[in-house]
Design a protein around this ligand. Structure first.
Ligand SMILES: [Zn+2]
Length: 146
């Protein structure tokens, strides 16, 4: 009985280690993005030294082709601000569809299911005009002023 319990426990521990590593490595890209966001927040707050501003929400626009994992980014960001002056600061992420423009008819359309064919004339001569962006869209702050 004891042996079985120990074996189960060992398996369980190993599983947790594997999961933790996967999470860590899967998060490296998002971690550097989270750092950039925080840097942008600092810059934005430093622009208004006369007011005591407390950032509460950061708006981000992420193209669906930007290969950013929304959950991993939120996880990294929350971990990064925890216990700092920005504790509680939230990310508001908006995923935007890839936009393409048709060379034949100039139609601009949002890509659905990775189908790059023009929705107006059916031409496959289309070019991506957006979809891999990572934009700092807004910063919502609270001030201590009355
Ligand atoms: Zn077209």
């Amino acid at each position: 009985m004891t042996a079985v319990t120990r074996a189960e426990k060992d398996t369980c521990d190993a599983y947790h280690v594997v999961e933790a590593q996967r999470l860590h490595w899967g998060c490296v890209h998002e971690l550097s993005i989270a750092e950039s966001i925080l840097e942008a927040v600092r810059t934005e707050c430093a622009r208004r030294p006369e007011k005591r501003v407390r950032p509460v929400r950061v708006g981000l626009k992420i193209g669906e082709m930007a290969a950013v994992d929304e959950d991993a980014l939120t996880f990294c960001f929350d971990a990064m601000v925890k216990g700092t002056e920005y504790d509680g600061l939230k990310l508001a992420i908006k995923i935007v569809k890839q936009q393409r423009r048709c060379a034949a008819c100039s139609n601009e359309f949002a890509v659905v299911d990775y189908n790059a064919v023009c929705t107006a004339c059916g031409s496959s001569e289309t070019k991506a005009i957006s979809g891999d962006e990572l934009d700092f869209e807004f910063l919502e702050v609270e001030t201590d002023e009355q």
